[in-house]
Write a protein that binds this ligand. Structure first.
Ligand SMILES: NC(=O)c1ccc[n+]([C@@H]2O[C@H](COP(=O)([O-])OP(=O)(O)OC[C@H]3O[C@@H](n4cnc5c(N)ncnc54)[C@H](OP(=O)(O)O)[C@@H]3O)[C@@H](O)[C@H]2O)c1
Length: 274
């Protein structure tokens, strides 16, 4: 390892959880490569321990270039992500593919570059920043849900695939966190938000609540500290929630029947009873 704590690559570091994690891990003695499409936004926290890198998870060349000349990566934090807010019938194929391209294939593209290094050294950690919406469905967020459910599947499978090589894979499922997510990274489909959309009632009930919950959510520093604990503890569980909403919904999801859980979610969000 290049430093006592190791070398970490984080995607989507310009704000929110990625930024907090990059800063915190660099303060804790890790060598951090903070990947971002706008690395200049990391200038204030750049240091000998933290190098901002241009990295677009949708572009394999940008990933390869970012990692040229970097120390071997001990830990990858797949954090870059955004949320498409759209009903299924109103979205087009470009919107569908783009959601998976960033949230799922983006994580896999970066993993493909770091896994061979980790495999050769027979050690490494991959942390996928999923969501409690990787286990809980909501209307208007179907594609975001699908991308995070997919990432949960990736974690489960990769844990098996990489276990023989001493590489750990974990999922962090945050609830609501006050980051730039609602301000910059919720992509609203204009068709779904049009006055004449047949889903207008659902949009008016749910969309402002979700935005308020994100903007009034927990401090992303919590996620940074959680990731630090995961990296430091070889026995850390496969998956962990972050924040109060996830800690409330995820156990409920396990304990209740699908139908009872749906009822709870509808009540909680004031959605129409089916
Ligand atoms: N905030 C929440 O309530 C919440 C809850 C559950 C899960 N999450 C998940 O947590 C992760 C971090 O989000 P955050 O809450 O910290 O939000 P954020 O402050 O908006 O940060 C998201 C980061 O993802 C990257 N990103 C967004 N769209 C992208 C695109 N089209 N292509 C490539 N990269 C893109 C951006 O990085 P660059 O601009 O640096 O490239 C951005 O800084 C995401 O995966 C999100 O799904 C968030």
């Amino acid at each position: 390892m290049a430093t006592p704590q190791g070398t970490v690559l984080i995607t989507g570091s310009s704000s929110g959880m990625g930024y907090a994690t990059a800063r915190y891990l660099s303060e804790q003695g890790y060598r951090v490569y903070a990947g971002s499409r706008t690395p200049e936004t990391l200038a204030a926290i750049a240091s000998d321990a933290l190098t901002p890198l241009y990295l677009d998870v949708t572009d394999a060349d940008s990933i390869a270039k970012a990692l040229e000349g970097c120390d071997p990566i001990d830990a990858l934090i797949n954090n870059a992500g955004y949320g498409l807010v759209s009903t299924i019938e109103e979205m087009d194929e470009v919107q569908m593919y783009a959601q998976f391209d960033v949230n799922v294939f983006g994580a896999l593209r970066v993993a493909q570059v770091v896994i061979p290094q980790m495999r050769q050294r027979r050690s490494g950690v991959i942390v996928n920043i999923s969501s409690f919406l990787g286990k809980v469905g909501l209307p208007l967020l179907t594609l975001y849900n699908a991308s995070k459910y997919a990432l949960e599947g990736v974690t489960d499978s990769l844990r098996h695939e990489l276990h023989p090589f001493g590489i750990r894979v974990h999922s962090v499922m945050p609830g609501f966190f006050d980051t730039q997510f609602a301000r910059d990274n919720l992509v609203l489909n204009p068709r779904t938000f049009a006055k004449d959309s047949p889903y207008r009632e659902t949009v008016e009930t749910l969309a402002p609540t979700i935005v308020d919950q994100i903007n009034g959510g927990n401090d992303p520093q919590e996620v940074a500290e959680l990731i630090h604990r995961i990296l430091a503890d070889d026995t850390f569980p496969a998956r962990v929630t972050a924040g109060d909403k996830a800690a409330r919904f995820i156990p409920m999801r396990r304990e209740l029947s699908d139908e009872d859980f749906e009822r709870r979610v509808r009540e909680y969000y004031g959605l129409e009873e089916g």
